[in-house]
Structures are given as structure tokens and as C-alpha cells.
Design a protein around this ligand. Structure first.
Ligand code: ADP
Ligand code: MG
Length: 255
């Protein structure tokens, strides 16, 4: 089966994500400094940078978990709505997977995946259930569908979290260090799902320090430091010939 990313075939169409002049402060701390970023449909962008450089905040502004102070953010040409029904729709279009899996602990795996499609997308229980099973199959968890999150390993829970996001038929998937809370032996089972998604054409913005994923799946690497994007390059170029001392330092520590 495919995950049917809503990928526009029209080459003249809008970028999937467009951030222009985005500024964000937390009190006196300037966490996003004049961010300009365009991500075309189908592109896979890996976001790198030291801790505290603003990677999570960048992701969170894109689906409006964090408001911005200045600038604009568009998803497929649409300005981000401030609140209300349009915001719910935007959130459904932009899937997000966090470091902590955030599954509903009192719901079964299947219920975790069908909940939002029935409530937000107004799908029938039958349709949502059918789709959920396909997606659980896709991430290799279908046989666990009647269990509760606590009965699954971290890697399995994160794969359910990915299926849950996909169940909303998002246009974009944001991943914020999706494997950094996992035991090492579970990292690859999650990365494999993400690589497959990337190959199917999903537009993805992925904060990760997993260089294997970056090399396998990324079309582009952006490197952040102190709230600014200071490098934006193809993975090969970035890894072999970083332009800034900050990036060279960073790569020296993680490679
Ligand atoms: P990264 O994900 O790259 O580690 P973050 O986006 O989480 O960076 O954080 C960027 C900066 O903003 C850090 O200095 C962090 O301490 C600060 N920060 C993040 N969230 C908040 C918040 N809700 N309130 C105040 N400061 C925050
Ligand atoms: Mg972070």
C-alpha cells in the first residue's frame, strides 16, 4: 500500500512549506532569527544543530504549537491561521512526531490511530478502522492493535505514533528527534519506516542526529546555530565540506 502523500504534480505550484522573515522570542531570548526556508513538495530536509539552537522551536512554529512574533509561515500557500477550525485543519495537514511518543495510554493501539480521523476528519468508524489497519500493517504493528501503549516497546510505540500521524493524510510530516528517546536496538526499526516514507514522496522536515538517515534519505541538510540557519546544502556537500566553523565543530562531535 502507499501512504498517498498529497503531493502536487504541478511544478509551478507553491512550496509545501514557506517561512519568510520569521522571528521568535522567548522573553529576551531571540530563538528564531529571521528564518527564511522554502521546502518544495516531496523534499526531505534534515535539520541539524547543537542543543538549544532552535530546531524544536522551528518545527513547533510550523504547525503553530508556538506563535511567531514576526514574519509569515505558509503551508501549500496558505497562511497559518491563528485559531479556530482552520487551525485544526492546518494541524491535520502537518503531522508531527516527537521524541516522546505521546500516545493515549488508556486507548488501544487501534483506537490511538482512529481517534483523530473520526473526530477531526469526520471519517466513519469503519473507514478510519480500515485505514488504521493498513497503516499499522505498514509500520509492522498490526498484530499489536488491541494492546495498550505500555505493552509495546519504545520503538513499537514510536511506529504507532507515526501511523497515527499518517492517518490524518498529512501533506507534511515533521519529526523532532524521533529516535533519541529509544534504546539503540530500536532506532533502526523507526528509521526504516521514515526512510520508506521519504522514498514514497512525503514532504518531511526531520530533526535528527542520525547521520545514517541523513545520508540515506535527505535531499537537503540545514544547519542551525543560535536561532539562525547558517548552512543549507545537499547532504554530501554539507558532510564533506561544511562552510562554517560552527558546522565543522558540530560534525566533529557527532561523527
Ligand atoms: P533545540 O531543539 O535546537 O535544542 P529549542 O528550540 O528547544 O532548541 O530551544 C531553543 C532555545 O529556546 C533554548 O535556549 C531553549 O532553552 C529556549 N526555549 C525553548 N522553549 C522555551 C520555552 N517554552 N520558554 C522559554 N525558553 C524556551
Ligand atoms: Mg529540540
Amino acid at each position: 500500500m502507499t501512504v498517498s502523500p498529497s503531493k502536487s504534480a504541478d511544478p509551478g505550484s507553491q512550496p509545501m512549506i514557506a517561512m519568510r522573515g520569521v522571528q521568535k522570542h522567548f522573553g529576551s531570548l531571540h530563538v528564531l532569527k529571521d528564518i527564511d526556508l522554502e521546502v518544495p513538495a516531496g523534499q526531505v530536509v534534515v535539520v541539524l544543530g547543537p542543543s538549544g539552537s532552535g530546531k524544536s522551536t522551528l518545527c513547533r512554529t510550523i504547525n503553530r504549537l508556538e506563535p511567531i512574533d514576526e514574519g509569515e509561515i505558509r503551508v501549500e500557500g496558505q497562511l497559518l491561521p491563528a485559531e479556530g477550525k482552520d487551525l485544526a485543519r492546518l494541524r491535520a495537514d502537518v503531522g508531527m512526531v516527537f521524541q516522546s511518543f505521546n500516545l493515549f495510554s488508556h486507548k488501544t493501539i487501534l483506537e490511538n490511530v482512529t481517534l483523530a480521523p473520526t473526530k477531526v476528519r469526520k471519517k466513519s468508524k469503519a473507514d478510519a478502522g480500515k485505514r488504521a489497519l493498513e497503516l499499522l500493517e505498514r509500520v509492522g504493528i498490526a498484530s499489536q492493535k488491541d494492546k495498550y501503549p505500555a505493552q509495546l516497546s519504545g520503538g513499537q510505540q514510536q511506529r504507532v505514533a507515526i501511523a497515527r500521524s499518517l492517518a490524518m493524510d498529512p501533506k507534511v510530516m515533521l519529526f523532532d528527534e524521533p529516535t533519541s528517546a529509544l534504546d539503540p536496538e530500536m532506532v533502526n526499526e523507526v528509521l526504516d519506516v521514515m526512510v520508506a516514507l521519504a522514498k514514497e514522496g512525503m514532504t518531511m522536515l526531520v530533526v535528527t542526529h542520525e547521520m545514517g538517515f541523513a545520508r540515506k534519505a535527505a535531499d537537503r541538510v540545514i544547519f542551525m546555530a543560535d536561532g539562525a540557519i547558517i548552512e543549507d546544502a545537499e547532504p554530501d556537500t554539507f558532510f564533506t565540506d561544511p562552510k562554517t566553523d560552527r558546522a565543522r565543530d558540530f560534525l566533529g562531535k557527532i561523527l
